[in-house]
Design a protein around this ligand. Structure first.
Ligand code: ADP
Ligand code: ZN
Length: 518
């Protein structure tokens, strides 16, 4: 019988195991459970593929992604591995054949969609074919706290109940503490060894800009830092996806839209084109990307922030899988803070869940507003501690911070004086005393806050308001045209019970965020 390293060399054509592959495989071979936390591209697949080939019986991999399953199976069969998949894309005849292969012991590895695995009939069938391991890919989908929750994953607890002695591996590229706890609980992994290779992606350069004219900013970023490169641009809504794709096309950049509103065929066509093509930009909602394995994606841009640092880490992680320099670039403004907060509020989740989502969003905003190293902030969220990286915008162009307590007090009392009915742009005008028809009509020129902020510019005041919103020191009322309002925490600032440290937004200098050339 061969050993794992022999299989690695003779079947997969690699010399050495990388990262934690060897100890993981050893543990599975010995019948142990594993929780594998490895970044995308870290080599998770071999961790269950090799044991499936070596252990008697069939390995079962649960994956939510049909396209990815098919790619994997195709790759494996080309190398002579006896693998197949079972999902909704197979016609009944083909599915029947795969099931026959399964029962007659002709397969080393079968990929199954979660909903199919959990059918009672299928579990009975599996019980007859001696499963040798269960690999649960994209295991974070089991967590309700996660950004990719899939209800069908909840039923996977049936695996540990039906097949208690069979080793289980849960694999994921992104899981913070609460998500990890859910994975352990729902998949019965209390006794699993945890393997974490670190979440850092050193070749990705992180940069964040305040939002001004997002599409123009994006265009400038692509032209200056990534002309002719492949990249992904995330937007929050279908409409914005369409707009931005059209905008890029108009400006000479090949761009394809991707969102759930397109037909299946269109989505498939665009994805195929992007995967095979060079120098194309995929403009997409989060519907795009899970399982996307294009090694030379050179940049991932967000024109709206995602919902959590987990989502951010996963989405930006699609850049630079080949290890060459790549960029993660994001721009955001006060409006985004308001929209993301109100999406949570208007959602159907219960109060406990909403609290967790708000907290996750808060961590994300802190990352976006940090004056320190972005990588430190990002990895810190996953419990990893590192030195400043030298490869993010704040490391390359250190950001100054200043004691913004007085400015924050002026900004907040201005909200109060004007009756909590106005947005940041107009509030900034009041602070610098910019006369306008509106100011005269509301007699704001008579207010005590009129013109008390001439030490800062309009842009700087808008930055102050954005940062206060990001820190939760004021609330943006979406029902009232994004009017800024005070909350309990605002009063701690107004009563001088806390200091407010603010960052000086750098003047947007696209050259300074240029990615290192290969
Ligand atoms: P993940 O599932 O963690 O995103 P994959 O399993 O798809 O990662 O592996 C990422 C890439 O690394 C693949 O192209 C794979 O062929 C390659 N790879 C995996 N293990 C090794 C190894 N031991 N030596 C060299 N390359 C490897
Ligand atoms: Zn850094």
């Amino acid at each position: 019988m061969s050993s794992p390293i022999e299989i690695l060399r003779s079947v997969f054509g690699f010399d050495q195991f990388i990262g934690l592959q060897q100890p993981i495989i050893n543990n599975v071979m010995a019948g142990g459970d594993c929780l594998v936390l490895m970044p995308t591209g870290g080599g998770k697949s071999l961790c269950y593929q090799i044991p499936s080939m070596l252990r008697p019986g069939v390995g079962v991999c649960v994956s939510p992604l049909i396209a990815l399953m098919q790619d994997q199976v195709q790759g494996l069969t080309q190398m002579g591995v006896r693998a197949a998949c079972l999902n909704s894309s197979l016609d009944p005849q083909d599915a029947w054949e795969v099931e026959q292969q399964l029962v007659s012991g002709q397969l080393d590895l079968v990929y199954v969609a979660p909903e199919r695995l959990c059918r009672p009939g299928f579990l009975d069938l599996l019980a007859r074919c001696n499963p040798c391991l269960f690999a649960i890919d994209e295991a974070h989908c089991v967590s309700q706290w996660g950004h990719d929750f899939r209800p069908e994953y909840m039923q996977l607890s049936v695996i540990s109940e039906r097949f208690p002695g069979v080793p289980r591996l849960a694999l994921t590229a992104t899981a913070d503490e609460p998500t990890q706890r859910d994975i352990v609980r729902n998949l019965g992994l209390e006794r699993a060894t945890v393997y974490a290779t670190g979440f850092d992606r050193p070749n990705i350069r992180y940069a964040v800009q305040p939002k001004d004219h997002p599409q123009q900013q994006l265009l400038r970023f692509i032209r200056e830092s990534h002309p002719g490169d492949s990249g992904i641009v995330y937007r929050l809504s279908r409409k914005k996806v369409e707009q931005t794709a059209a905008f890029l096309e108009k400006n000479g950049i090949i761009a394809l839209p991707y969102h759930a509103g397109l037909s299946k065929q269109e989505r498939y066509r665009n994805q195929e084109q992007f995967m095979r093509g060079e120098g194309m930009v995929m403009v997409a909602t989060v519907a795009f990307g899970m399982g996307v394995d294009k090694p030379n994606v050179r940049f991932v841009c967000h024109l709206e922030p995602p919902k959590s640092l987990e989502a951010y880490h996963q989405e930006t992680g699609r850049a630079g899988r080949d290890g060459l320099p790549a960029s993660a670039w994001l721009c955001f403004g006060l409006q985004d803070i308001a929209i993301l907060r109100s999406m949570i509020e208007s959602g159907e989740a219960d109060e406990a869940r909403k609290r967790v989502e708000h907290a996750k969003l808060g961590s994300l905003f802190a990352f976006l507003e940090t004056a320190g190293c972005r990588r430190q902030a990002l990895l810190g969220y996953f419990g990893e501690h590192t030195a400043p990286c030298g490869n993010c915008d704040t490391c390359l162009n250190p950001v100054e911070t200043w004691d913004g307590t007085v400015a924050a007090q002026k900004a907040l009392s201005n909200i109060f004086r004007t009756g909590s009915r106005f947005g940041a742009a107009y509030l900034a005008e009041v602070l610098v005393g910019k006369t306008s028809e509106r100011a005269r009509r509301f007699q704001h020129t008579e207010l005590s806050t009129w013109g008390i902020g001439t030490e800062l510019t309009l842009e700087q005041w808008k930055s102050v308001y954005r940062q206060l919103a990001a820190f939760g020191l004021l609330t943006v009322d979406m029902e009232q045209h994004s009017a800024l309002t005070l909350n309990e925490r605002s009063w701690t600032v107004l009563r001088s019970e806390r200091e407010v440290r603010l960052r000086t937004d750098p003047v947007i200098a696209p050259r300074s965020v240029r990615a290192r050339g290969p």
